[in-house]
Design a protein around this ligand. Sequence first.
Ligand code: NDP
Length: 253
Amino acid sequence: MPDRLDGTVALITGASSGIGEATALAFAEQGAAVALAARRADRLEALAAKIREAGGTAVTIAADVTDEQQAREAVKRTAAELGRLDTLVNNAGVMLVGPVVDAPVKEWERMVQVNLLGLLYCAHAALPHLLEAAESQPRRVADMVNISSVAGRTARRGFGVYNATKHAVGAFSESLRQEVTGRHVRVSLVEPGAVETELVSQNRPEIQELLGQRFTGVERLQAADIADAINYIVTRPRRVAVNEILIRPTEQE
Ligand code: NDP
């Protein structure tokens, strides 16, 4: 029997679109109060209004996770405004791909800053709260769910630095899992394949075209499919830690 999330509080980074938005909706449906973090405050407000209309609790936090102070403040505000922090979904990310030769180095820096440093800042700030939540009611377990990618498992030509950031997320998650699992903080890794979101739209036009061609004939996952996997992880009973989920579209090789 899965646990509902009533009485718990979740912070979701990158909640203004795609997987983060779908996860916030799924958690709110399970009874969690949700803190929605990203840079686009208007998108967060619209999502919060939707959650509140359905009877849920949501706060919005305009934050750039690449700024350590803003990441720290997002965690602090969640705990202050919603009373605790049981679940962190480290989801904010960017994927800027293409050949290494002649690549714009700024794109690499952005991926390292968001996908890796941003995730680390949020994890660091959240851990004391997660450890505290794991010792208290209502669930006596807490969760950090880190969003990696198939690209965090398998390196491919054209994806070098994105691969590097997502492999790093996997390595960090496993190390942290070993450190805190005995204290009932579960650290999980979710590795999606191609999901229909805004992720690709950040790329240069010629790269967007190549990415489109690569997935011709593949029915992509919906953001809700990944939210479903994340929801599965955090609603397991206290004794069950789902360490890792790799989830691809059926037609993706
Ligand atoms: P979206 O582009 O739809 O969402 C990305 C989210 O990250 C947005 O909410 C964006 O919000 C947020 N974000 C980006 N930069 C920052 C920042 N500096 N500070 C705070 N938030 C930021 O893409 P997805 O939903 O697909 O991506 C979510 C995660 O899933 C990423 O980590 C991605 O790598 C991963 N993933 C996605 C796959 C896919 O095929 N879509 C496949 C595998 C993994 P805002 O711009 O408002 O700040």
